[in-house]
Design a protein. Structure first.
Length: 210
């Protein structure tokens, strides 16, 4: 979901993922009927250019996943290597992003149910390090929480995952540790389920992953 604090009415859903059978990219672009882009032609042009940038960047991060290592807000180490065999969703959000909170019930449900491990990384919250903990508690985030600092910071955890030009943005890792889906926008449980079921079915036929 493209969103900007200076223009909260501008939004666009995009989904780009990898076909689990052919490993080729496919694209689905949605603009919900209830969403309107303000600013006329130039707003649409800006959204279109941003979408092209996202699509152009996708093959680079998808070709090789970094084995990320984070520390959650309680100081506990969070490593992708320790989650082998599980689906992992790394979800990036910002305290000023109201659209980020609409997907929280879905993320909480999937994490609690064990469908996948959800890691929420707060970004761009300013100098107050407690902002991430406070915001996560306020909006009821019930999964792993990481304070990611500013996107301008060279050591920010997001640099171990991939580009974050939209809020919310999520990356899905398969049980072998590969990034297989990039979601710049709100997570849709139905889309994740279809993808995961398809991946599981095809990889079961092949004898499983690595």
């Amino acid at each position: 979901m493209f969103n900007d604090p200076a223009n909260p009415g501008a939004s666009r859903h995009t989904l780009r993922d990898i076909d689990p059978g052919t490993r080729r990219y496919r694209e689905c672009v949605e603009t919900p009927r209830h969403v309107r882009l303000r600013g006329g032609f130039f707003a649409w042009l800006r959204a279109g250019l941003l979408m092209l940038l996202v699509c152009a960047a996708a093959p680079a991060w998808a070709s090789k996943a970094i084995q990320f290592e984070f520390n959650d807000i309680d100081g506990k180490q969070v490593r992708l290597e320790d989650m082998r065999g599980k689906w992992v969703l790394v979800n990036f959000w910002a305290p000023w992003c109201p659209l980020c909170w609409a997907e929280v019930p879905t993320l909480n449900k999937m994490h609690k149910r064990g469908d996948l491990v959800v890691i929420g990384v707060g970004l761009d919250y300013g100098p107050d390090a407690d902002m991430v903990r406070t915001t996560a508690k306020k909006h009821g985030l019930e999964f792993i929480i990481v304070a990611g600092g500013s996107r301008r910071d060279a050591s920010s955890p997001y640099r171990q995952v991939g580009p974050v030009d939209f809020f919310p943005t999520s990356y899905l890792y398969d049980p072998t540790g590969d990034i297989v889906m990039f979601v710049p926008g709100q997570v849709r449980e139905s889309k994740l389920r279809v993808f995961i079921d398809d991946w599981t079915r095809k990889n079961t036929k092949k004898g499983g992953g690595r």
